[in-house]
Design a protein around this ligand. Sequence first.
Ligand SMILES: [Zn+2]
Ligand SMILES: [Zn+2]
Ligand SMILES: [Zn+2]
Length: 356
Amino acid sequence: MRRGFWGKGICAGKHAIAEYLIQQGFQLLELTSKSHHRITDEPDDDLRLQASDIRKKGDAQVSELVFENADSLLDFATKRWQDRWVTTDIADGLTLDRFLLRPFFLLVSVDAPVSLRWKRFTDRCWRRQLDPPDLEKFVLWNDRHLYDRDIGRVYLTDRAQVRLFNSSSSLEELHQALGILDLADEQRLRPNWDQYFMQLASLAAQRSNCMKRRVGCVLVRERRVISTGYNGTPRHLQNCNEGGCPRCNRGDGGGIGLSTCLCIHAEENALLEAGRERIREGAILYCDTCPCLTCTVKIAQVGISEVVYSQGYNMDKDSAAILEAAGVRLRQFHPPSNGLIYLQGFGEPAKGSGPV
Ligand SMILES: [Zn+2]
Ligand SMILES: [Zn+2]
Ligand SMILES: [Zn+2]
């Protein structure tokens, strides 16, 4: 399994994380082409010095794992897919495109508060008997490093599958946080069936036109999609978000005037689309919201075997009771977090060292 790393800002902790992974049995792969993207006279997060620091600590063979281009690196890694590799040398969009084609590649970005990164950089300078820049100069370097049209990293880190926010104050703390996070979890590379179908339901929800709430639903049997649905007014009627349902557009609280609502729920649409014939024993209904009572009774009637939802609604307990009585399994699926993940001190308040 391969991991790509991007330090979003200077001294965000990219190398520290790569070093941690190397301690965990990963091996470092390097690209020589990154030197083309170096800005002279400015602090580079990809300092060769850093890479050689890592290499010294890793085993001696690691220094041979240097490649001319992304393709030769990927060919090497493809043949050794059972081993674990990490690189910090993806410096441009074209290189990243090559990596992202592969199913064994995970792009991880790491960022940290600028005040903390400046402090780390200053400490690094002192250790090397160099004069550190003042904060303003560091910020200017950093802006260029991130936002420069040609070499800016922010356009690349935005494509990361996992985004880490490294506000750790010590390496020990960072390692502890990384241990809990388990970056090597295979499911980060490839969604399992629950994740896959729930993401399809969320995608369907984006087509919703109901003013009240976006809901999406997918019916599945034997791991095949039977039908999909989202909520909104019936065909040929004006969409709810264009004034089609007076009840939804009045903005009353949830549950009020439900019997005058013209919107068909996502679950209903998916059930109507599939038809009784295709919903047989073993059919699973994935919905990003727990079904309401009127959908629940229909789900029970058509013979759905299991309901999986991700977010609660305001009548979960009643729906659960009906489904249980009808012999339909119900479970909540908690999707893995894919937003910004805080790597921070344990026992400290969450807001302790947030972004500036
Ligand atoms: Zn509506
Ligand atoms: Zn309505
Ligand atoms: Zn419903």
